[in-house]
Every structure is written in structure tokens, then in C-alpha cells.
Ligand binder design. Sequence first.
Ligand SMILES: C[S@@+](CC[C@H](N)C(=O)[O-])C[C@H]1O[C@@H](n2cnc3c(N)ncnc32)[C@H](O)[C@@H]1O
Length: 392
Amino acid sequence: MRISLSQYYTTPEVSNLFASLIDFSNVESVIDLGAGEGALVNEVYKELKKKATYVVADIDKTNCLKLKDNKEYKVYNIDCTNQNLSQRLHCKYSTIDMAVCNPPYGILDNTDFYTKLLDNLHLGYYGGCKSISSDLIFLAYNLLFLRENGVLAIILPNGALSGERYKKFREGLFSYYTVEQIVELPEKAFDYTEAKTGIFVIRKKRPDNSLIQLNRYVNGQLGEPIFKDSSLLYNRIDFRESRPLVNVAIAGEAKIEIRRGKFTHKYLKESKSLYFHTTHFKTSDGCFRGEYDDKISVASKNSFLMARVGKRCVGKVLLVKDGNIRYSDCVYNIIVPKKYISCFVSYFESTEYKEWIKDVAHGICSFVMTKGDVEEMLLRKIAEFRGPGGQD
Ligand SMILES: C[S@@+](CC[C@H](N)C(=O)[O-])C[C@H]1O[C@@H](n2cnc3c(N)ncnc32)[C@H](O)[C@@H]1O
């Protein structure tokens, strides 16, 4: 039950933070879909008390009984992914001042109704997709219930922050709604996922400008805001400060190569020849004896092998000290100018590098690092190794 209905409730710490991000002025009506035990709506109630009306819904009867303790709440024990939600909740679309939500992060069978719902709200076109994530449907319904200029604060999963599949969703959201703020919550803010989640504060109105405020919430503190142009966030919502490009330009003269392996682990295993996969980082000393008829995905002496994907191993690096080895498609082979090899060996062992991995690796079940991020890091470090003015 807990897993299937995604009954992971918002902790008091995150609920407090959540409420601190919301502007309560001019709010007389509130909705909370998938309200659970009321962690979010109760925070709103503390602020507005009887000055507002409250519509709260959950699929779970026991939760609804708890929610009914507050006599101001109109509580509905219903499935909020159904059609005709407006009728079922006795609540008209485009009328509510404020929506708060920490939706279930499940998978629903896609239907024409869901495809149209999301398409009409400019949240991406999912026709032809077999499944759809329930957080998107909850987000869509919340936006439907909001009046023009109403505000939604919603906790969304890692996919919304960085999933490839959500690219069109982010583009639509940033183009048709005013995303006032996105706060990145740390990994493990919720029991169910090690991945990062984020609080999105969204106003139902077209944006006046394209800047979005991003904050990180780390060790109980809200970090300094940074502002980014929304078009830079379509691929992934990156909460890091953009790096100055000037250093990269200087380093750009340095020749680096990042090659992704072409063969799957399964194929290499069956090929019976020597190979390197992410599982070999722990045991390998960097000396290899591979012999192949071609050079496809073969790493040689003085190049690095880096885990491109993996839950625990992503970012692990090994220097090829001797010989040749064929590497799998979960690994990058990195070649940097010879004179920087020892600098990179030290850097890859540093805390700075470990922090960098945490920043860039993204994904839900497993983590992945893009070639672009690795390239940016290599060029930036080379610029640093060269020192000011580009001297070695
Ligand atoms: C992640 S929990 C969050 C609960 C609460 N909003 C909070 O922040 O603590 C998701 C809630 O959605 C409810 N839920 C799951 N599927 C639902 C559905 N189809 N319709 C309505 N509620 C649903 C679960 O019972 C659970 O209480």
C-alpha cells in the first residue's frame, strides 16, 4: 500500500520550508490533492485559519478520516487521477487561489484523456507513450483548478528536474507559466527515493521575463538564490552557478577527447575477450593485456576510464597504466594532453571532484553524467592547471 500509493509524507522540516516559500496574500481558497495526513494543507491552515476554504482529497480512507479532524476541510475520499475531477470535488476549474501538493510518484497507463489534458496545458505531448507519471497528472489538475494568477507549490521528483523525457514538460512549463522559484531538496529528503526532488512555486500566468530563481536547500539552510534564463533549464535544471566561459576558451586549445563505449556489457561478456565495465573499477590496477583486431572502444595507455552511469560507481576513474582494453557503453574513455595527466590523477582523487560528481550526476534509479558536463569540467580544470594568462 505504502509503495503503490506513494504514501511517503512530507517531513515537518520540508513542510516548514515549503510554507516559507509561499505568498499567502489574497488567498481565500486552497486545494490539496493527495493530501495524505495533511502535512502541507495543515501548514497553510496555520497561516490562513478560517480566512480560507479548503478542498482536500486522498485516495486512502484512513488519511481522509484524519483530515476530517479539521472541520474547516472539505474532505473527499477519491482517486484524483480520474476524469471529471471537478464534478467529483464539487469545485469548479479556474477558481482556486492556492494549490499545495506532494503528489504520488507512480506510473499510470496513458490515455487519450491524459494526453489531451497535458497537451492543452502546454506540459508536453505524450501521444504514443504507453505510460505517464502520476505527478504530471496531479500537476495538470492543480493548474486546472487554479484561477488566473493563482499559485501552486508542488514537490516534484527528479524526473521533472532532469529527466530527458520531461524536456518538453519543462519547456512548456517555463514558457506558459511563471515559475517563481525552484528549490532543490537534498537526496533522501523522502524515504522512498535517494534521488533529488524539488519544490516548484508556479504562478498561473504567462511569464513577464525568462529568469528563474533557483535555490538549494542543504543542511537545513536555504542557499543563496541564483537566477538563470529558463531556456538554459530545458535540458536539465542545473542549480550550479554557471562557470565563466573565458577560462574554457583559453583551455579550448587543449586537445581532449571523450569517447563513449559502443558495446553493451552483455555483448562484451559473451564475446569472451578481455573487457572493462563499471564493475571492474574496484579490482583493476590499470594494467591490461587486451588484444583486438580493431580499435573500436579500445582504451590505451595514459588515457582515463570513467564510469558514465551507475548508482554507486558513477564518476569513478581509472588511469590505463599499461596495455589496451575494450570498454563497455557504461564507460567513457578520456584522453587529455600528456602534461596534465598527473594533475588529473590528483584531481580525480580530490574532495572537489567528489563534490562535482554529486552536482552533475542525475537520474532516478541510476545516475548518469553527460559528455557535455565532463567536457566542461576537463576544460575548466585544464584552464586552472595552466594558471592565469594560460601559462603552464
Ligand atoms: C507522497 S504522498 C504525500 C502526502 C501529503 N501530500 C504530504 O505531503 O505528506 C502522496 C499521497 O497521495 C495519495 N494518493 C496516491 N494515489 C492517489 C490518487 N490516485 N488519488 C488521490 N490520492 C492519491 C496517497 O494516499 C498519499 O497520501
